[in-house]
Design a protein around this ligand. Structure first.
Ligand SMILES: Nc1nc2c(c(=O)[nH]1)N=C([C@H](O)[C@H](O)COP(=O)(O)OP(=O)(O)OP(=O)(O)O)CN2
Ligand SMILES: [Zn+2]
Length: 129
């Protein structure tokens, strides 16, 4: 079966604190977040921007989170104020939030893997199996 994997990386700047965290991460502080998204599909489809079945998904629809928060992204926001209550601002749950919101914008049958890094040496990855 044919299989395509798209990979895209981007950054956004944001502040956060982890609720009830006993340590510095419980205080408001900032990160240059790095995000890597993989979108995997067995067929190509039309997209919002192109009616021809030539893409897994448009790269533009994978990279929404890098936009300014006032334009629907996560750049230059306080994550605790923007993420719904159900998501804590750990790298694990930011990855889950980006995954869930991105998935809603994609055609059926596209599998997503989202990795988030807040420091140079740590990544958290989320995918729905
Ligand atoms: N599993 C997770 N652990 C931690 C998370 C997280 O999202 N998931 N987040 C934090 C804090 O947000 C913190 O800002 C990052 O902490 P840390 O990795 O410790 O970063 P430092 O650069 O400060 O690391 P040092 O080794 O202390 O210099 C914490 N944990
Ligand atoms: Zn942090």
């Amino acid at each position: 079966m044919p299989k395509w994997t798209l990979t895209t990386e981007f950054k956004f700047e944001a502040a956060h604190y982890i609720k009830n965290y006993d340590g510095p991460c419980g205080r408001l502080h900032g990160h240059s977040y790095r995000v890597r998204i993989e979108a995997i599909a067995h067929r190509l489809q039309a997209s919002q921007y192109c009616p021809n079945p030539v893409m897994v998904a448009d790269f533009r629809s994978l990279r929404w989170a890098k936009r300014d928060v006032l334009k629907g992204g996560l750049d230059h926001c306080v994550l605790n104020e923007v993420l719904p209550e159900a998501y804590e601002t750990t790298a694990e749950m930011i990855a889950q939030y980006i995954h869930d919101k991105t998935k809603k914008q994609l055609p059926e049958g596209v599998k997503l893997k989202v990795a988030v890094s807040e420091t140079a040496d740590s990544w958290a990855t989320y995918e729905d199996d």
